[in-house]
Design a protein around this ligand. Sequence first.
Ligand code: NDP
Length: 328
Amino acid sequence: TRTPVNVTVTGAAGQIGYALLFRIASGHLLGADVPVKLRLLEIPQGLKAAEGTAMELDDCAFPLLKGIDITDDPNVGFAGANVALLVGARPRTKGMERGDLLSANGGIFKPQGKAINDNAADDIKVLVVGNPANTNALIAQAAAPDVPAERFTAMTRLDHNRAISQLAAKTGAAVSDIKRLTIWGNHSATQYPDIFHAEIAGKNAAETVNDEAWLADTFIPTVAKRGAAIIEARGASSAASAANAAIDHVHTWVNGTAEGDWTSMGIPSDGSYGVPEGLISSFPVTTKDGRYEIVQGLDINEFSRARIDASVKELAEERDAVRGLGLI
Ligand code: NDP
C-alpha cells in the first residue's frame, strides 16, 4: 500500500475550498490510486467552518482519504506537506489601493512561504490560487530560500481552460480537439491567451479562425473578463471552475502532459521569451515525472509580443511594489 500524500489547503473554509476538497479526497488531484491526508489551514475565524467541511468529508467515507487535520498555525499546516494549495488570500475591497492589497497579502504569503521552507516535505509542490496569484507566489517563494524556486507556481489554468472553451464554441470543435493553447503573463486582465500556436484537430487555430478582430476584440477580453461575467450571472464568484483548474494544474504537473500537447502554468521565469528571470509568469509548459519545462523555440509574432510584454510589465511593477514594501 502507498504512503498517503500530504495535501495542505489554505482558505479551506472558503468557496473554492468547498469545491476543491471533495475532489482531492476522491482522487482527482493525484490519481484514483493515491491515498491522501488533508491539512486544512484557516485563519481563526475560519476554523469552525473548516470543521464543518471536515465533517462532510468524513461523511463521504472516501476510501482514499486517510486523515484530516485542521489548524490555524502555518507551521503545523505545512508540516510534511507534499502538495500545498494556497487558496486563502485577502480580497480587494472597495477603495483599496494596490499597495494595500499587496501588503495585506504579503502578511499572509510571506509567513506561509517561511513555514513551507521550514516544515514541508523535500518534494513540496506549491500552487497559489489566491489573488494576486503570481505576485503572492513570488512573495511565498522569496520567503522559502531552501526550496527550489521552481516548486512555486501560480494558477493560470482556469484562463487556459476558459480559452479552450471559447475557441471550441467559436469553431464548433470539441474541446478535446484543441491543443497547444497558451496563456502568457499575469493572471489578471492583462493576461494573453495565444492561439497562434494552438491546433484544432491538428490544424493551426489562428489560421482556422482567420479573424484577428475577433481575437483582439472578443476572444481575449472574453477570456480575461470571464470571472466578472460569472459573478454578474451567478451572483457569486467562479469557485467551482477555479477549484477544477487547481485540480487540473496539479494533476498535470504530477502526471504529465499528453504527447504533442502542453499546458499553461505561472512559473518562475528563466528568462525565456524575454520575460525577466525570477518573475512568476505564465508560459507554455510540458510536464513529465513531476517536473515541467518551458516549451522553447516558439515564434512570437508582433500581435503576441505586444500583449506578452504588457502583461510582463505589469508583473514587473507588482514585483517592484512588493520589493518596495520589503516583502521580497
Ligand atoms: P474564495 O475561496 O472564493 O477565493 C479565494 C481566493 O481565490 C481569492 O483570492 C480569489 O481571488 C481567488 N481566486 C482565484 N481564481 C478565482 C476564480 N476564478 N474565482 C474566484 N476566486 C478566485 O474566497 P472566500 O472568501 O470564499 O474564502 C477565502 C477563505 O480563505 C476564507 O475562509 C478565509 O478565512 C480564508 N483565508 C485563509 C487564510 C489562511 O489560511 N492563512 C488567509 C486569508 C484568508 P479574488 O479575491 O480575486 O476573487
